[in-house]
Design a protein. Structure first.
Length: 463
């Protein structure tokens, strides 16, 4: 895709490299640093793989990591939410950059903690105020309204205004979308076809269905279309880079049926996200978002996840996240040609400048192998058998795995391994991902066999 990044003439993006300590110089080699990556899932495994490939990475630590991340760095028994412990450990191990994988530490204010206690240690991620774009759906929708960013019509309600919420539901047509305002581990969104059931669910949400997360509920108009994920890395001073676009698959069942999951697979690039579509995304969503953050005095130095939907050719925002997505990261990392560590360090220090973000041609896909019973209850501790050889251009990003007391690789979560691959065509990449998914064995494993099928149909129709 041609739209890899853009120097905006309005001045939102610096045209000079800025004070980037990693910027190449004739007289000085780039300085290597130790990196601490926080998290334990497939997203963090993919980030660890990409960071470890950088010539700028001296040592990589993953806290706490999983059974597969030791292939890329050293796992550390630290909680991503224990900021004082991270601070002390980082000082002892000469950490030069902290990369935050999941949203919880960001919403809890890890950027603010280090800005106050150790400002010399940059953190890839937004301030607590910026993390509210994910931490509060009401804040995010109000932000989009203030800055004319296209999104669904909505209103927010509390227990005191539940009757108003029921009346607002009557103004909408089915299906009805109800979202818990706060973080709810990916379970706080209900899509309901029956009006009476929607009203009952609203009362249950406001009554504590998702705890404090649903003390406020956002009701919004349902948008019909095909979805994709766009990721932006920004430096807080107007500089930004648009990463490869991806599409994920949330439902457990083939044909997008059944319960929502954390993600059953992903594909990049996305057939319908062509240059025309991405120009709209950049002009109508990316630039207003970054300008809005600056105008409101919100420090944001990290990744912005735009959950988008294509409504008759017009991109609209479903949600913001304040970190990379999972399992989209498992394909996005495979398509980034540039040194991501260099870009992240520049973003965290406010100096992206003119550093390019180059994309690899071709396709990347991932198919998630999950535990039997997921996303409901499922067993843990099942031995995993990984064959000695895998298809060409294939890599396994571990998610829910660990090593037991006997150093045997076993399952430890619902989503176990993301079988990721690249290829010259979508069909080739998917074939490799599916072959790897079939080759990995553990009791009760399951994976969707239709990942990417919709995008292949779109490509055939366009050709």
């Amino acid at each position: 895709m041609a739209l890899q990044y853009k120097v905006n003439p309005a001045g939102f993006v610096s045209e000079t490299p800025g004070d980037n300590p990693f910027a190449p110089a004739d007289t000085q080699a780039p300085r290597k640093i130790n990196v601490l990556l926080l998290g334990s899932g497939g997203r963090e495994a993919a980030l660890a793989w990409k960071i470890s490939s950088s010539p700028l990475c001296a040592r990589l630590y993953i806290a706490p990591g999983n059974g597969g991340t030791t292939a890329f760095g050293e796992n550390v028994a630290l909680s991503p939410l224990d900021f004082p412990a991270i601070d002390s450990w980082a000082e002892k191990h000469d950490i030069g950059l902290i990369v935050v994988g999941n949203e919880d530490p960001l919403v809890a204010g890890i950027w603010d903690y280090f800005h106050e206690h150790r400002p010399s240690l940059p953190v890839v991620g937004p301030s607590k105020a910026g993390a509210a774009l994910e931490g509060s759906k009401d804040f995010a929708k109000q932000f989009m309204t203030r800055h004319n960013i296209p999104t669904a019509r909505f209103r927010s309600f509390t227990a005191e205004t539940v009757d108003d919420g029921c009346r607002f539901l009557e103004e909408l047509t089915a299906p009805y979308v109800l979202k818990a305002d706060g973080l709810a581990a990916g379970k706080g969104v209900l899509i309901i076809n029956d009006l009476d059931q929607a009203k009952q669910s609203l009362r249950e949400m406001l009554g504590g269905m998702f705890g404090a997360s649903s003390a406020t509920v956002v009701i919004e108009e349902f948008l019909s279309g095909i979805e994709c994920s766009v990721f932006v890395l920004t430096d807080g001073n107007g500089g930004y880079r648009i990463l490869p676009v991806a599409k994920d698959y949330k439902r457990i069942g083939e044909g997008d049926t059944g319960l929502n999951t954390g993600g059953m697979g992903a594909v990049s690039p996305v057939a319908f996200a062509d240059d025309k579509f991405m120009r709209q995304v950049e002009d109508n969503i990316v630039i207003p978002t970054i300008k809005g953050l600056i105008d409101e005095g919100i420090t944001y130095r990290g990744f912005i996840f735009l959950g988008l939907i294509d409504v008759a050719g017009k991109p609209m925002v479903i949600e913001y996240n304040v970190r990379m997505g999972d399992p989209e990261t498992e394909v996005v990392m495979l398509r980034i040609q540039s040194d991501l560590l260099q870009l992240m360090q520049a973003a965290a220090t406010g100096s992206l400048g003119s550093l390019p973000l180059e994309q690899r041609p071709g396709y990347a896909t991932t198919v998630m192998i999950v535990s039997g019973g997921y996303p409901g209850s499922y067993p843990k501790g099942l031995p995993i058998d990984i064959p000695a050889s895998l298809p060409d251009e294939t890599i396994l990003f571990h998610a829910g795995t660990k090593r037991d007391a006997d150093d045997v690789l076993v399952t430890s979560g619902g989503r176990v391994i993301a079988c990721s691959a690249t290829g010259a065509t979508l069909e080739q990449a998917l074939g490799r991902s599916f072959e790897a998914a079939r080759a990995v064995e553990f009791e009760g494993k399951y994976f969707r066999r239709d990942i990417g099928a919709d995008l292949m149909r779109i490509e055939r129709e366009r050709n």
